[in-house]
Design a protein around this ligand. Structure first.
Ligand SMILES: *Cc1c(COP(=O)(O)O)cnc(C)c1O
Length: 398
């Protein structure tokens, strides 16, 4: 018979910590889609207008993108069989990287399993012992995680505050390398980083610039190439990190930049080296999404028309919609229970818009983050607006 040396229950913390989250209202309750992520879709069995996906151009269900995934799957199979450095590098992966470099106007690129995998795998290699990572205070959590995996010293500058960035840089001579990291578009507020100024200031201090353009691609710039195109600084950002999981409608991350960057990243990023490559269907769908970006410019145009209309109408109803300049449109609610109640009311009226609460945003800055996509019609937007008006009155926001 087994004798017990300690009386502790080794897994009791799971239930306890979960219960604590439930009590505070910080637990995640999953909604389930039973259709594709379309402007009108099925969520928990109910027909709703989708207002919280990152699928800005609705490419996730674009026929050309879907067909590319099917064709490549038929030809190459469902899985790649290995990590890329051993036996999982397929012709579609190579081709996709050439297309990404073309899209971002860089020499080269490296395709990763996700945007998260880029930040977690590359940032700790770009800066290590004796180096300095300087990060905007509102950067995405995956940048924070990547920085935490590094042995570099870490500093924070005030949100998009270039004077504060220079203040921190002024004392940075002692470091071997300096890496400045910023989101291109900030995911919770929808404002754009002054990437042109960051590049200029970094040049003066001999620092590297890393821009996470996850919410910029397919959105910013005349051709939807992201923050580089928006500020006409293409090719001047040392590391342009991006993802296919948002506006490009598929999944997978990338780092675009020089050939030197690609060689370095490929040989050093542990997330890339130690985790299998995407199935060919994913890579082929990504290629098709970039092709659609090139041949069907109407989607980006429509995205912006919808965005302008939506923001104008919401503001005229009296909502506080923050200072977003992109399709990310926060509707400020203050306390998290207001945001949650508002979201439930909207869902009841057939509008799926998710509440964003602490710890993603400050405790008193809870919001409904409405996300506009190109495929929403004027009728969809008007129907959603009338739900926002009714719900907003009921929770006392307007
Ligand atoms: C979504 C997002 C990521 C993660 O991208 P995935 O491809 O979904 O892993 C990284 N950074 C920012 C700013 C993001 O918005």
């Amino acid at each position: 018979m087994q004798t017990k040396k300690h009386s502790r229950n080794p897994t009791a913390f799971m239930k306890e910590e979960y219960q604590d989250l439930v009590t505070k209202g910080f637990d995640w309750r999953l909604r389930t889609l039973t259709s594709g992520s379309d402007p009108r879709c099925l969520v928990d069995g109910k027909k709703v207008i989708m207002l919280c996906s990152n699928n800005y151009l609705n490419l996730a269900t674009h026929p050309k993108v879907v067909k590319a995934a099917l064709d490549a799957t038929t030809r190459y199979g469902a899985g790649s069989g290995s990590v890329r450095p051993i036996a999982g590098n397929m012709a579609v992966h190579d081709e996709l990287e050439k297309r990404i470099a073309w899209f971002k106007k860089t020499e080269a690129s490296l395709f990763y399993q996700s945007g998260y995998a880029v930040n977690a795998g590359l940032i700790p290699q770009l800066a290590g012992e004796g180096d300095f990572i300087l990060s905007d205070e509102l950067n995405h959590g995956s940048i924070i995680d990547g920085s935490r995996l590094s042995k570099a010293e870490r500093g924070i500058y005030k949100h998009s505050d270039m004077a504060d960035l220079e203040r921190v840089l002024a004392n940075s001579e002692k470091y071997r390398r300096i890496l400045i990291i910023s989101d291109g578009v900030f995911s919770m507020d929808g404002d754009v980083a002054p990437a042109d100024q960051i590049v200029r200031i970094a040049g003066e201090y001999g620092a590297m610039v890393y821009i996470d353009d996850s919410h910029g691609e397919a959105v910013l710039g005349e051709h939807g190439r992201g923050v580089g195109e928006h500020f006409h600084i293409e090719g001047k950002i040392d590391v342009e990190m991006g993802t296919f999981s948002k506006g490009l409608g598929v999944v997978g991350g990338f780092a675009a930049g020089s050939n030197d960057l690609r060689n370095f990243a490929l040989n050093k990023s542990r997330s890339w080296l130690l985790s299998a490559s995407h199935p060919a269907g994913v890579a082929a769908a990504c290629i098709a999404a970039l092709e659609v970006m090139e041949t069907e410019p109407q989607h980006v145009k429509q995205l912006w028309e919808n965005t302008h209309y939506w923001k104008k109408q919401l503001a005229s109803l009296g909502f506080d919609i923050g200072n977003s300049v992109t399709p990310i449109t926060p509707v400020m609610c203050g306390e998290s229970h207001t945001a949650k109640k508002f979201s439930d009311l909207l869902y009841g009226m057939g509008v799926f818009a998710f509440p964003i609460v602490f710890p993603m945003v400050a405790r008193d800055r809870a919001r409904i983050r409405s996300m506009i996509t190109a495929g929403l019609t004027r009728a969809d937007l008007d129907e959603a607006l009338s739900a926002f008006e009714k719900g907003g009155k009921e929770v006392g926001l307007i």
